[in-house]
Design a protein around this ligand. Structure first.
Ligand code: ZN
Length: 443
């Protein structure tokens, strides 16, 4: 009896070996995320959470007990990153209403649903820019501990800005003086945020902006700056902001010369590292199409994780897409997007894929592929470079490129696969066939 028990116990103890059985993704075209030529007939071996070998059929020896997963006919690539999401919102059109009604559901319902939707869309990592502090950290950590499914999240916690808009104090912190600026950054650093998000920095004093950036850098945190107005960019560049968001400047046709020059002066300084820019194009670019054919809004992909009452509430707010005040200026802004995008490209910034998903009509389940689609199909960006902006470069920005972001031996197995050739048809990414995160298959 004792012997039997021992055998049973040892069986249980050894069961983790089974869990870490080697998986082999075999046959597909591998796009590794570095931007170079794809590898045909690829083999990726994965043990536990880690990629242990990458090569071609016939060259890589597949262990006899490996679980073989065919990727024949598929494009295989690193899990996507979305560098600008808002987990606390889900496409509802009325922010004031949402911010009043839903904070009690943020941590347990809304934010986990957003992160889960991202993951199922092939987005294995995402950066949340502006959310309530404790909830953001709690959701990120719950995902990292494997308690809930979701994209690996990098969070900024609350926006730092001149003054919180009334009713948004939970996720927007006003700054009052240099000392306060440093203390608030320290508080965020201590809480464990992954970066600092600045907005309305043109309304702060110079001292405050400089103090925020300096204190963030002292705490090894990069600073992401909103850039809707010219002076947000000007002061941000002076103070050393590492990454700007949006193309901005409303319906103005292009960036003024002094800003173009200032960006180029910054990108010339290699010792400071790349200047990153997340243009968040697709929401604006696709608005008129969506207004005229709102079928996308009926796609149930964005219901995942949300209670029926919340889904109904969001649907109700989107009944008349053509009447949302949020988008009335968009048709005038649209033609300026490409001009600004080209100016950024030429100035030497490193572009990142990000979407602002969560804003009115922009669901976490649909945004990221649309951003890539506009870059590649409309603006003619090389698909390999666009994919690099959604995989390798984001991991560099977050300082985790040694661990994740490309399909490389030794890195975490965050891998997606989609039938067909994504380099020819980038919009295939709208329905990925396989999603693997940390070696575990979610789809
Ligand atoms: Zn945003």
């Amino acid at each position: 009896m004792k012997k039997l028990l021992l055998i049973l116990i040892s069986g249980i103890m050894f069961s983790p070996v089974c869990l870490s059985q080697i998986k082999a993704l075999v046959g597909g075209t591998l796009i590794d995320g570095f931007g170079g030529k794809p590898l045909y007939n690829s083999v990726i071996l994965i043990e536990g959470e880690t990629i242990i070998q990458v090569g071609r059929v016939g060259e890589v020896k597949i262990p006899p007990k490996a679980q073989v997963i065919s990727t024949e006919g598929m494009s295989v690539m690193p899990g996507l990153w979305d560098m600008h999401v808002h987990m606390m919102i889900n496409g509802h059109s009325d922010y004031a209403y949402w911010d009043k009604k839903y904070p009690p559901l943020f941590e347990k319902v809304i934010m986990p649903a957003s992160a889960h939707q991202l993951l199922m869309a092939g987005v294995t990592s995402a950066r949340d820019l502006g959310g309530p502090l404790e909830e953001s950290i709690a959701v990120r950590d719950a995902i990292n501990k494997g308690k809930i499914p979701g994209a690996t999240m990098y969070v900024s916690g609350p926006f730092l800005q001149h003054r919180a808009y009334p009713g948004t104090e939970q996720f927007r912190w006003g700054i009052n003086g240099e000392k306060d600026a440093r203390e608030k950054v320290q508080k965020l650093a201590k809480a464990g945020v992954d970066c600092i998000k600045l907005i309305d920095q043109d309304e702060m004093t110079r001292e405050e902006v400089f103090a925020i950036v300096d204190e963030a850098h002292k705490n090894k945190l990069k600073v992401v700056g909103h850039s809707h107005r010219p002076n947000e960019i000007r002061i941000g560049l002076e103070a050393g902001v590492d990454n700007f968001e949006h193309t901005g400047l409303s319906s103005a046709p292009s960036y003024p010369d002094d800003i173009v020059k200032a960006i180029a002066e910054r990108t010339a300084q290699m010792s400071k590292g790349p200047l990153f820019w997340t243009p968040t194009i697709e929401g604006l670019y696709n608005y008129e199409d969506l207004r005229d054919n709102p079928e996308k809004l009926d796609d149930p992909s964005w219901h995942l994780g949300l209670p029926d009452s919340v889904i109904a509430d969001i649907k109700k707010s989107l009944l008349y897409p053509g009447q949302l005040s949020y988008f009335q200026l968009t048709p005038i802004r649209k033609p300026t997007l490409e001009t600004k995008f080209r100016q950024l490209q030429k100035s030497g910034v490193v572009l990142l894929v990000g979407t602002d998903s969560g804003i009115p009509m922009k669901f976490h389940s649909q945004s990221t592929w649309n951003e890539l689609d506009v870059w590649v199909r409309v603006f003619g960006v090389d698909p390999l470079q666009a994919i690099k902006s959604a995989t390798y470069w984001p991991s560099v920005f977050m300082g985790v490129d040694k661990k994740v972001g490309t399909i490389t031996q030794g890195k975490q197995a965050d891998i997606i696969a989609v039938k067909g050739d994504v380099l020819k048809h980038i919009d295939l990414l709208q329905s990925v066939d396989m999603v693997m995160k940390k070696g575990k298959i979610y789809k």
